[in-house]
Ligand binder design. Structure first.
Ligand code: NAP
Length: 363
């Protein structure tokens, strides 16, 4: 949990702010964060609502995503292929939005899109490739899924696990960050779609119960036990696959349990993001002695598989093999607090912000 003094600081920041339909509420970078984000890192601006020119559309924000990478954006690093931010810039963030005015031949009014919206209530867009906009088709599912299973989080889980891990139902799999946005989808893909045995790692009893409800055989609560010790009991015969969302000591502990010819997939290293100096993996030679492979993956290099991934995932949702799990915060004014809480593991499943919510109609 975010320390009480910081919670108060963020509640003060949000006080008196909120969505107004006659202006464009935006959160901008006030200063580059050092360590976790603080209230003074954010600046609230109410800008005029822009008018689209030729080749442009006006997008009305429905939902915004919260993701660990946003702190890096605010620090001015060009993470995840996004332009580095300066002080005064609108903070990057993916969102789901509806085209309300269009002067662009390919994007009709009423269509719903997900892509780079930024922390703002309206966006003027030329729908450039850099914004990575995709049109969402209703498919009998809510638009909010564009930030979860049917968006970049789902694509990360699908690309990381289905495309890069060579999944096998005989796998004994270990998954860290199992209660997070990507992890909660990977857990279900592994346990319910592929049908292998999964042990998840998450923080706290509530999250561990959630991880087991996703189909994992067991969840290790890294807040209350030592992961290195717990793995000796939970995976006594070792693991064939480790899907890593957190890096650091947990990655090192997992390497101690590799079976011959096992795989390690580096998705994220959230436990390392606020470290002063990078974590040094001391036992990488475990890969050599077990004939194992460790690989990274970057979701944006797998977008050519987007349509196939979305079709598969929508079908698995309809078949009840995949269930969407969100932590929802209401109101664009609460985006900074939601981001700060992310690094304290405040979310179960994907953390999103409901700015306006579902569209009334959707083409
Ligand atoms: N390779 C790629 O292309 C790609 C794409 C998307 C995401 N990612 C990365 O994948 C990871 C997961 O992303 P996500 O969107 O699922 O994030 P998320 O929803 O915030 O989930 C991450 C989970 O990590 C846990 N966590 C937070 N701080 C931790 C710490 N210090 N030590 C251990 N666990 C911690 C939290 O759960 P607990 O409370 O249970 O700890 C949290 O629920 C991130 O590192 C992200 O940057 C990579």
């Amino acid at each position: 949990m975010l320390p009480p003094d910081q919670l108060t600081e963020f509640d003060h920041l949000a006080h008196g702010k909120g969505l107004r339909e006659n202006s464009n509420a935006q959160w901008r970078v006030a200063r580059a964060p050092s360590g976790n984000v603080r209230a003074a890192d954010f600046n609230w601006v109410e800008a005029p609502i822009p008018e689209p020119g030729r080749g442009e559309v006006l997008l009305k924000t429905l939902y915004l995503s919260l993701a660990p990478v946003m702190r890096a954006y605010m620090q001015g690093t060009g993470a995840a292929g996004e332009r580095p931010l300066d002080v005064g810039d609108v903070i990057h963030g993916r969102g789901v939005a509806q085209v309300v005015r269009s002067r662009h031949p390919d994007w009709p009014e009423g269509s719903v899109v997900q892509g780079q919206i930024g922390w703002q209530a309206w966006k003027l867009s030329r729908m450039t490739p850099a914004e990575r906009m995709t049109r969402m088709l209703p498919m009998g599912l809510p638009a909010s899924l564009g930030l979860g299973i049917l968006g970049m989080t789902g694509m990360s889980a699908y690309a990381g696990y289905m495309l890069c891990c060579d999944p096998d139902r005989e796998d004994r799999m270990l998954l860290s960050g199992a209660a997070g946005g990507v992890g909660s989808i990977v857990a279900q893909l592994a346990a319910r779609v592929v049908g292998c045995e999964v042990v998840g790692i998450a923080g706290g009893p509530e999250k561990c119960a959630f991880v087991e409800s996703l189909g994992c055989r067991q969840a290790i609560d890294y807040h209350s036990v030592d992961v290195a010790e717990a793995l000796k009991l939970s995976v006594p015969e070792g693991i064939d696959l480790y899907f890593d969302n957190v890096g650091g000591e947990t990655l090192a502990s997992a390497l101690e349990h590799l079976r011959p010819r096992s795989r390690v997939l580096l998705c994220g290293s959230i436990s390392e993001y606020a470290r002063e100096s990078p974590f040094a993996l001391h036992n990488y030679t475990r890969l050599r002695v077990t004939d194992s492979t460790m690989r990274g993956f970057y979701v944006y290099n797998h977008l050519s598989d987007w349509d196939r991934a979305m079709t598969d995932m929508a079908q698995w949702i309809h078949e009840d093999k995949l269930r969407p799990h969100f932590t929802v915060i209401d109101g664009i004014e609460n985006m900074p607090k939601a981001l700060a809480q992310l690094y304290y593991g405040g979310n179960i499943g994907k953390q999103i912000c409901r700015v306006r919510g579902e569209p009334e109609e959707w083409l």
